[in-house]
Design a protein around this ligand. Structure first.
Ligand SMILES: Nc1nc2c(ncn2[C@@H]2O[C@H](COP(=O)(O)OP(=O)(O)OP(=O)(O)O)[C@@H](O)[C@H]2O)c(=O)[nH]1
Ligand code: SF4
Ligand SMILES: [Mg+2]
Length: 426
């Protein structure tokens, strides 16, 4: 029987991020190659072989799709070395699971201990692999792993990535820890459609829509509503007014693709709640009131301000890409001139976000709630507002706070922050 939680199986589109951390030459790259069954990471006896975090997508049975992130050694030295350490530690915070790789023949180093304290302070689920067990007398590394687990509470196993011994035990620890710590996304439609009522879903089929299919938030919304025994009516953005007029009982809510929000808002009477799939995603994956608060900074941006667009996966950017082109253009139009826009893709999210006036986060459809929340908390800790694409679009299109109406807490957070900003501007 498969013991992986049902929610995890349902959300197969998600890729769990599993990072390997440890000192140079501990065997991180060798272990990644063993766990993925692919010899993609460069292994060598020269310390510092892996310099930048390397991502590898693969299937980890029985979890499903995961991304392994092989990182640079945490004991690297010098100016370049400490930059690499910073980059490794930056990705640590938003991992779904961290694997601490220890060279058993060296024992636990000061850097390993520092890594453990970061893992603890950021609340990252973790396991440890006491690698290079073949260099020690039989059973010695296993004893070290057991003592370590007892002392730290972090499950550990001994292995030799070189010989392939014990790597199955490490894989088992990873799977078990994921099962224990997995936190599902909040349901997209939670509390929005009472029994017996209908939701109208607006799905534009324009050039940006993928051929022959709907995108994940649309599919998930339909499925959730049907699972809960609610009705939904799926229409084009040109059909909204007619659809509402023909309904005997008005819809409980209209949910639209963000990019059509302006056209749709003009067709939906004020008394019918209106929101966007992206706002539902923001609530499901992150902290909606915090992201709404972050949006209040957008009208205050001035030409030349630095803005970070954060994409959590390396999707194929299209012409007129929402994050790379449309949002920066809308901000520039509102501000009267262009911003300095940087794009951080997946693992390249910077450890220092303080140069930015705001971070605008993508919907995160491919990553977990833990990953999204960790990025948000990092920005908050550095005093930099974060918002997300959907919220930014609503705000920039002038349909705010209407699209937050169904979420009173988020609306209140935005009003309070927008009031403060207006006060500062006076
Ligand atoms: N004897 C033994 N050697 C190992 C084991 N795992 C890795 N090695 C060797 O240790 C050296 C370093 O291995 P890597 O996998 O490149 O180590 P790394 O942690 O990725 O190192 P950096 O990328 O430099 O941080 C290589 O020569 C490996 O063949 C092991 O379990 N036993
Ligand atoms: S919303 Fe983010 S995670 Fe989803 S496809 Fe776009 S960049 Fe990737
Ligand atoms: Mg390496």
């Amino acid at each position: 029987m498969n013991s992986v939680p049902m929610t995890l199986q349902v959300q197969k589109a998600l890729r769990l991020h599993i990072g390997l951390f440890g000192c140079r030459n501990a065997g991180k790259s060798s272990l990644v190659n063993r766990l993925t069954g692919q010899h993609l990471s460069i292994v060598s006896e020269i310390p510092g072989t892996t310099t930048d975090p390397v991502e590898k997508a693969c299937e980890l049975h029985p979890i499903g799709p995961v991304v392994f992130i092989d990182t640079a050694g945490l004991d690297d030295r010098g100016e370049l070395g400490s930059e690499r350490v910073k980059r490794s530690l930056a990705v640590l915070g938003w991992m779904d699971l961290a694997v601490l790789v220890v060279d058993s023949s060296r024992g636990l180093t000061d850097e390993d201990r520092r890594t453990i304290s970061i893992i603890r302070s950021k609340g990252v689920p973790a396991v440890a692999a006491f690698n290079q067990s073949d260099k020690l007398p039989e059973g010695k590394a296993a004893g070290m792993a057991a003592a370590f687990a007892k002392e730290t509470g972090i499950p550990a196993a001994a292995c030799s990535a070189l010989l392939g011994e014990g790597t199955e035990a490490v894989r088992t620890l990873i799977v078990k820890k994921v099962e224990e710590t997995w936190e599902p996304d909040r349901p997209l439609t939670e509390g929005l459609v009472p029994e017996g009522r209908t939701a109208v879903l607006v799905v534009p089929i324009d050039f940006g829509a993928p051929k022959g299919r709907l995108i994940p938030p649309q599919v998930q919304t339909i499925r959730e509503l049907l699972d809960a025994g609610r009705r939904c009516l799926v229409v084009l953005e040109t059909q909204v007014a007619d659809a509402i007029r023909e309904m005997k009982v008005p819809p409980a809510i209209v949910i639209t693709d963000s990019q059509a929000i302006k056209a749709v808002a003009s067709q939906v009477p004020d008394e019918i709640p209106l929101t966007t799939f992206s706002i539902l995603m923001a609530r499901s994956k992150s902290d909606l009131p915090a992201l709404a608060r972050g949006a209040a900074v957008l009208p205050t941006l001035r030409p030349g301000d630095r803005v970070l667009i954060s994409e959590t996966c390396s999707h194929n950017a299209q012409d007129g890409d929402i994050g790379r082109v449309k949002i920066p253009n809308w901000i520039a139009r509102n501000a009267g001139g262009p911003m300095k826009v940087d794009i951080a893709v997946a693992k390249d999210f910077p450890s220092d976000v303080t140069p930015y006036k705001v971070v605008i986060q993508c919907g995160g459809c491919m990553v977990t709630r833990r990953n999204m929340l960790a990025r948000l908390r990092e920005c908050e800790a550095q005093g930099v507002p974060m918002t997300n694409y959907g919220i930014a679009i609503s705000q920039l299109q002038g349909v705010f706070p209407r699209t937050l109406e169904p979420f009173p807490e988020a609306k209140a957070a935005w009003l309070e922050a927008a009031g403060k900003k207006a006060g500062e501007a006076e």
